[in-house]
Design a protein. Structure first.
Ligand code: NDP
Length: 419
């Protein structure tokens, strides 16, 4: 019997909300709150007769702590699920602390305005000290650890697929298959085709920022940074086939480097087709990926936000996307003194997802773990005060829930390794 406030009603949130409604014995009441209340109302109306979960809606600007506090105090939830954008992570965490409510999200903090001098100063210091230049990192949210501990509240960071499930796969491998993990390769393959010449599978601004940034990986206790898309490998993915994949920086590498003892190397690869990369390079070259506002005929325009308005809304890709995703982790290490390899992954079919929740597999593979993370907190399987990433909790109940609610895993003990 739980009351949950869900912030955001975009591609990922819509799946998470539908999934919460499938588990109405736990999610007895939910409030969907977002910037555009009409979107929340439309989804609530669709679900009303299909679930026992009591759904209400609200309008909130999650950049505004006072508005959030008023809404949380009015609704009195046990948990706030932040499925808006990473820009709102800190304001929502602040509001949760003020109101004494547990928190979770699906991506770590990054600022909307990367030209803000106050933020930039801290960022540049971090680039120098840590050795990677991504705009997002865990330091901002880890800084809340003591505050959440003192308040007796839990903040669960990054319960999507990657970050999220990939970290629970690491915890699972360590718990059941290895004494020591030496290397982790996280492989994210989207074999789906939506038929558009260019579109992003989730929020274009966040997605394009991520893939146009320098890549980096963790090796022998430090970061190695490389130019964007400069390490390419080919891999034959189960149920998808051969794909080109590129090494990217990804947020879970940072927490896994701290939490998997003795790990020597962690890399993250994502598949991209040549057409996607050519479009992206061209947009980057002409300045369309810039987040710095320009003056156009007396109006301030942020190029990447304008681009977002031109591109297909990721939430509309569902009915057009065919094919499968395959996301998982390959490990090398030792068990009982002998070398061992292990691959754990999930395969998800875009069309099956659409049939079930009217959404493609990218939103599905993020929305289901968001619901399962909330389920772990609400059923008290994962409740310790503080701020934690997924690999810091027992993976077994989470992986069981993922299997039950649509994301079962497959395993291989003789995987082809990535060179
Ligand atoms: P969308 O852009 O589709 O949805 C974002 C939602 O947040 C919209 O409903 C939007 O409202 C709302 N929102 C934005 N700003 C505010 C604000 N200031 N106040 C209130 N509501 C706001 O994004 P996605 O659903 O694709 O992504 C959601 C999150 O999931 C992101 O943080 C993304 O990084 C993360 N993600 C994580 C993945 C993982 O595997 N861990 C994979 C994919 C995504 P409106 O429409 O009115 O603007």
């Amino acid at each position: 019997m739980s009351r949950v406030l869900i912030i955001g009603c975009g591609g990922v949130a819509s799946v998470a909300i539908r999934k919460c409604c499938q588990v109405s014995e736990v999610f007895t009441e939910i409030c969907i709150a977002s910037r555009t209340k009409e979107k929340c109302d439309a989804l609530a109306a669709k679900l009303k007769d299909k679930t026992k979960t009591v759904i209400t809606t609200a309008k909130v600007d999650a950049d505004n702590v006072d508005e959030l506090v008023a809404l949380i105090n009015d609704y009195k939830p046990e948990l706030v699920m932040n499925i808006a954008l990473p820009y709102q992570d800190l304001t929502i965490m602040d509001a949760c602390l003020i109101c004494g409510v547990n928190y979770m999200d699906t991506a770590n903090y990054e600022p909307e305005d990367i030209d803000d001098p106050a933020w930039r100063e801290i960022y540049e210091e971090r680039c120098k000290n840590e050795g990677f230049s991504a705009y997002f990192d865990y330091s901002w949210q880890w800084a809340y650890k003591k505050k959440f501990e003192n308040a007796g509240l839990t903040a669960l960071l990054g319960s999507g697929f990657d970050p999220g499930v990939t970290q629970s796969y690491c915890a699972y491998a360590l718990k059941h298959h290895f004494d020591t993990i030496e290397t982790i390769d996280i492989l994210d393959c989207n074999g789906g085709d939506h038929g558009y010449p260019f579109a992003t599978n989730f929020n274009p601004e966040i997605n394009l920022r991520e893939v146009s940034a320098p890549g980096s990986y963790w090796e022998d206790g430090h970061w190695v940074e490389i130019p964007a898309m400069s390490i390419k490998r080919e891999y034959d993915f189960d149920e998808v086939g051969n794909k080109d994949m590129y090494l990217l920086h990804h947020e879970e590498i940072e927490s896994l480097a701290k939490n998997i003892p003795g790990v020597k190397r962690i890399r993250f690869f994502m598949t991209f087709g040549q057409s996607y990369l050519t479009h992206m390079k061209c947009l980057e070259n002409v300045g369309m990926l810039s987040t710095t506002p320009i003056d156009y005929e007396g109006q301030q325009i942020v190029p990447i936000q304008f681009l977002k308005a031109l591109l297909p809304d990721p939430a509309t890709l569902g009915p057009r996307t065919k094919g499968k995703t395959n996301i998982g982790c390959i490990f090398t290490g030792t068990k009982d003194g002998k070398p061992k390899t292990y691959y754990i992954y999930n395969v998800c079919d875009h069309e099956e997802c659409y049939k079930e929740v009217e959404s493609q597999a990218i939103s599905y593979t993020t929305g289901v773990p968001a619901m399962c993370g909330a389920l772990m907190l609400l059923t008290k399987k994962w409740n310790k005060p503080g701020v934690y990433t997924v690999e810091e909790f027992d993976p077994d109940p989470y992986i069981e829930a993922l299997g039950k609610y649509g994301l079962p895993h497959k395993e291989s003990f003789e995987p082809v390794l990535v060179k």
